[in-house]
Design a protein around this ligand. Sequence first.
Ligand SMILES: [Zn+2]
Length: 61
Amino acid sequence: MLNIDKFSFKCPCCQGSQYRTSVFDSSIRNPAGAKCIFCKSDMVMFKRVEQQIRSIHTHQN
Ligand SMILES: [Zn+2]
């Protein structure tokens, strides 16, 4: 299972950051199946910056 906690999402259509994920919506381009809750577009996924990843990792331990 993809750990989407390490990624941020942004809607390319309305620039929103609110999304939901569904396995039924997952694809090669959108492995997390994240869809914008406003316009139902596929969200664009990008990695968070290194510092944030490290802080999340520390938090989990
Ligand atoms: Zn949108």
